[in-house]
Ligand binder design. Structure first.
Ligand code: ATP
Length: 371
């Protein structure tokens, strides 16, 4: 099977829907995204932000109100889903229930009047690519398959016809945790092997990071920022991206500029750190700020160390995947959590001092834009 992947360009696409007799509700606003041939981009955002709508527009299942979509530089806006050569894998598998697995894969080629022998060869070639155990599924009906098997069949069906763009809409969300991981690595292997241009939609940030070369963060119909996980994690464009990426999320505290310092309050304690050189000319005196601190950047400090504060432990939660512990604390009435190493055993009601490294303090203006 040869790769026929395309470069995909979504150019300032907007979409609104008529809801009852009310005015049209905007769902996508001037969304732009560019994928190199063979690149995977994970679209990540809260529920209802327009992720599936974006996929439906790429597939041609819906038409944009304005803007354009191109494959390899050519507009596909006038083409049907069939003519676009899209592979679409949905959360609910969408297999043809009355065909065996063989028939599900063969259907596309039978429609195109391939000879029975050529169709059969294609199905077995696809099964070989899918790897271990797939051949044994060919004679089974979809209703007799597990969720993971159904999703493998849905993917095989897409891959068999070498799509120009592969669209994956929450494909793992009906699978249990261990099957999710296994299916995810299989999908990734196939996407990489065939160099498929892939748009992957998910709510789950670990999945998004694992599957995509880059991430596109969406919020309320807009693509807010596109970049690698490192870029987005270290240099979020605004408070939404900063708070959305990272687990547990970033904490925010109110702050302001006072003389040559940035000052912020955690509970009853006022902390100050010098205004970094790069911000000297960007922060007006007394300007109101939001200070962002990630749980993983707190560290266990000596009492009274600079930029540290005493905290009472509420509870402790072990994190198996990170071999770390989440320590939920309060300082006065302010509650937050710190992700600490396993070096020390922390217990509820103990008091610890938590320090903040100045290099990891994120500063946002009053509108939430990162400075
Ligand atoms: N055909 C439609 N008619 C009216 N409103 C729609 C239609 N399709 C989607 N919407 C609305 O558009 C918004 C975005 O929907 P969409 O399914 O794209 O979001 P999503 O980010 O994929 O959400 P989720 O993560 O929950 O699947 C939602 O408010 C939804 O109710």
């Amino acid at each position: 099977m040869t790769s026929t992947s395309s470069e995909l360009h979504i150019i300032r696409v907007s979409k609104s829907f008529q809801t009852g007799r009310r005015a049209r509700v905007p769902v996508l606003q001037e969304a732009s995204l560019w994928l190199r041939r063979g690149e995977s981009v994970s679209v990540l955002g809260p529920t209802g932000c327009g992720k599936s709508t974006l996929l439906r527009l790429i597939a041609g299942l819906d038409q944009p109100d304005s803007g354009s979509i191109t494959f390899d530089g050519e507009a596909v806006d006038h083409l049907s889903p069939y003519q676009r050569g899209i592979g679409f894998v949905f959360q609910n598998y969408a297999l043809y229930p009355h065909f065996k697995v063989h028939g599900n894969i063969a259907f596309y080629f039978r429609l195109r009047r391939w000879t029975p022998d050529a169709v059969d060869d294609k199905v077995h070639e696809t099964a070989a690519i899918m790897g271990m155990g797939f051949e044994a599924l060919l004679g089974r009906m979809p209703r007799n398959l597990s969720g993971g098997e159904k999703q493998r069949v849905a993917l095989a069906r897409c891959i068999s016809h070498s799509p120009r763009v592969l669209l994956l809409d929450e494909p793992f969300s009906n699978l249990d945790a261990s099957l999710r991981l296994k299916t995810r690595s299989e999908v990734k292997r196939l996407v990489e092997r065939f160099g498929l241009t892939t748009v992957f939609v998910t709510h789950d940030q670990s999945e998004a990071v694992a599957m995509g070369h880059r991430l596109a963060i969406m919020h309320a119909g807009e693509i807010i920022q596109v970049g690698t996980f490192q870029e987005l994690y270290q240099q979020p464009l605004n408070q939404f991206v900063a708070g959305f990426l990272g687990s547990p999320p970033m904490h925010f505290f109110k702050g302001w500029r006072q003389g040559d310092d940035i000052v912020f309050d955690i509970g009853q304690t006022r902390l100050r750190t010098p205004v970094p050189d790069r911000l000297q000319h960007r922060l007006a005196p007394d300007s109101r700020l939001q200070i962002g601190l990630r749980p993983e950047h707190f560290y266990l400090a000596e009492p009274d160390a600079p930029l540290s504060l005493p905290c009472d432990i509420d509870s402790v939660e072990m994190l198996v995947s990170d071999a770390a512990q989440l320590v939920y604390v309060k300082h006065g009435s302010t509650k937050f959590c710190a992700k600490l190493s396993l070096q020390y055993a922390h217990r509820p009601h103990d008091t610890i001092w938590l320090g903040l490294p100045p290099a990891h303090i994120h500063v946002f203006d009053a509108d939430g834009k990162r400075l």
